[in-house]
Design a protein around this ligand. Sequence first.
Ligand SMILES: Nc1ncnc2c1ncn2[C@@H]1O[C@H](COP(=O)(O)OP(=O)(O)OP(=O)(O)O)[C@@H](O)[C@H]1O
Length: 269
Amino acid sequence: MTPPLMDVRRVSRTFRVNRGLFRPSGTLEALRDVSLTLYRGEILALVGESGSGKSTLSRIMLGLDRPTAGDVLLDGTSVGTIPRRRLAARVQPIFQDPYSSLNPYRTVRQIIEMPLIVNKRMSAPARRRAIADILDILRMPRRTLEAYPSQMSGGQRQRVAIARALIARPEIVICDEPTSALDVSVQAQVLNLLMDLRAEFNLTYLFISHDLAVVEYIADRIAVMKSGEIVEVDKYDGLLRNPKTEYTRTLISSTLPVPEMSAFEQTCV
Ligand SMILES: Nc1ncnc2c1ncn2[C@@H]1O[C@H](COP(=O)(O)OP(=O)(O)OP(=O)(O)O)[C@@H](O)[C@H]1O
């Protein structure tokens, strides 16, 4: 087994919630004693219903939020002690909606270049070379650089988001529903691209999704979350053969049965 790259150790996250004008405020346990290991080079999927805590966990792994209890280690070092820029150079997000995650007032060139300025402090010629390289790898034409996000399709915008995430050469990419806002045919292209990039950049992915059909297609292992807890982690076949909880069984049965190929699978072959 490859060594752990990121280790989530007994993480809990409690939020204060306001219940209304005349009611006392309370607390909400978004994560409860969550442990999860991300091994170098793998694609680990995180699935679970809305509100189960997937985004909260990913924000903590990105260093954008702190756990109430527990810790997240990156190569053995607590992410809370790693300066924000240094962490961002190693762990990058790709979000669901490329439109709202890209600044509409910046050109693609400015968007892609930003992590190099902020995280790497590269010279201008080195930045130009890095931008040309990433465009080639993503097979994006040079003219895209002067466009604004509003002038692009959803799939093109997600490519820009991927270019921005990868240009500083991170080790881990945390994808939060990266294809769910896209048309089914474009979803498959973006998933195939993410898988090609894993090999090219030696990446490790945490891939958050509602959709078991999508994660079955790409994930090495799948972690199932429910009500702030990880209820099981296994390969898809393992989950299918021996689901440990009723909840996983329900998730699987909502993906299956698939008498004919789903529209998504047809676009993947
Ligand atoms: N900043 C916050 N303040 C209060 N409650 C929050 C906050 N962030 C998340 N929550 C709550 O924590 C729980 C987990 O939310 P989270 O967004 O992590 O779930 P999720 O599984 O990512 O859901 P979705 O798939 O809909 O994005 C929810 O009940 C949510 O309302």
